[in-house]
Design a protein around this ligand. Structure first.
Ligand code: ZN
Length: 354
């Protein structure tokens, strides 16, 4: 069975189906929403449904068995064109749209889209990273949007509408995509065998902000080690802030990366801390099982008759939010984290931090 699975986005699918039934599909759609929530998957599913040899277009369904369905699933259907930012590049260059200078207009996505379909009744193009088009590539694409080949459908993927030139926007019908729910991300992680342990999948999903891309990053060994080092320190009843800072700093160093990546990893560290304290609070106040066993272990160590621990945990979360702001305001990573752990240690011991 080669039917492409789609989790979530049922409303968007229903809207597209209605448009097909009324014969009112647009030539170009702007799929708007953060990375890793399923915009590309949505476009691929639509392509599979429209190319399927066993179903009518208006059903917006795919049999998953015919040759067309199999080709779309395998990424080899001759009428499904894809383009995106070349690996390691920050812009989507004009060559991708209309070919190199020597072969301008004789290759590239716009050229390929104008050719007669090879096996389906139309051609469909998916443009990843549409927000990364520069002026030249956007203008090249605009010509195609102004005179789209008959029956063709273009999907432009972008995290935000603002990143797209107004002239392009005005020729595309926008479809907004919401982040996935944590449960949906967890299901995807297990289904795609990115994480086999269900509890671990849920833990990562809770941090993913509804993005499978983010969840995958969190599963990388370096970030996992960072989280483990932090949780090991935070879950001790005699929380040793200096020792914990040392071990998380080592884990951060091991992650390496350019300054932007380092800052992003430090942000993750702070988010992990917030998630940890949230888990402890949930376990101690609401008696719910938190996502991670170490959160539960610490919650169980807290004496029931001393509600000041709740205040301390809240104050520690607040302090983490402040650290996030420091990192956003480009305070040095070292200083932000030193200040954070210093204060977390004192707050945990019951001191008032001004
Ligand atoms: Zn089929």
């Amino acid at each position: 069975m080669a039917r492409i699975p789609l989790i979530g986005h049922a409303d968007q699918m229903a809207m597209f189906r209605r448009a097909l039934q009324r014969g009112r599909t647009a030539h170009a759609y702007l799929l708007v929403g953060s990375d890793g929530i399923g915009k590309r998957q949505f476009a691929r599913v639509v392509a599979q449904c429209l190319f399927c040899r066993e179903t009518d277009d208006a059903e917006l369904a795919a049999c998953g068995e015919c040759s067309a369905c199999k080709q779309v699933a395998a990424g080899s259907h001759p009428d499904l064109l894809t383009a995106g930012c070349p690996e390691g590049k920050k812009e989507l260059p004009i060559e991708v749209m209309v070919g190199s200078r020597e072969r301008r207009g004789r290759e590239g996505l716009c050229h390929d889209l104008s050719l007669r379909p090879m096996s389906a009744t139309r051609r469909i193009a998916i443009i990843d990273d549409a927000d990364k088009m520069n002026e030249a590539s956007a203008n090249a694409l605009l010509k195609t949007l102004e005179e789209p080949p008959e029956g063709s459908i273009l999907f432009l993927l972008t995290p935000s509408r603002d990143a797209i030139l107004a002239t392009i926007q005005s020729r595309c019908q926008p479809i907004q995509f919401a982040p996935l729910s944590a449960d949906q991300v967890a299901t995807l992680l297990v289904e795609q065998e990115l994480e086999t342990d269900e509890a671990a999948a849920k833990e990562v999903a809770a941090l993913s902000e509804g993005s499978l891309t983010t969840a995958r990053q969190l599963l990388e060994p370096g970030l996992r080690k960072l989280r483990e080092a932090l949780y090991a320190g935070l879950s001790e009843k005699d929380f040793n802030s200096l020792r914990t800072l040392k071990s998380v700093s080592e884990a951060l160093d091991n992650l390496g990366g350019d300054p932007a990546a380092q800052r992003q990893n430090a942000r993750w560290l702070v988010k992990f801390a917030v998630e940890f304290y949230r888990g402890v609070l949930v376990a101690s106040l609401e008696d719910r099982i938190p996502l991670h066993p170490q959160m539960l272990a610490l919650a169980r160590m807290l004496p029931d008759d001393q509600p000041q621990y709740t205040d301390r945990l809240m104050a520690m979360m607040e302090r983490c939010f402040e650290a996030e702001r420091h990192l956003d305001q480009s305070m040095s990573i070292e200083l932000s984290l030193e200040g954070l752990f210093d204060d977390l240690g004192r707050l945990w011991r019951g001191a008032v931090v001004v």
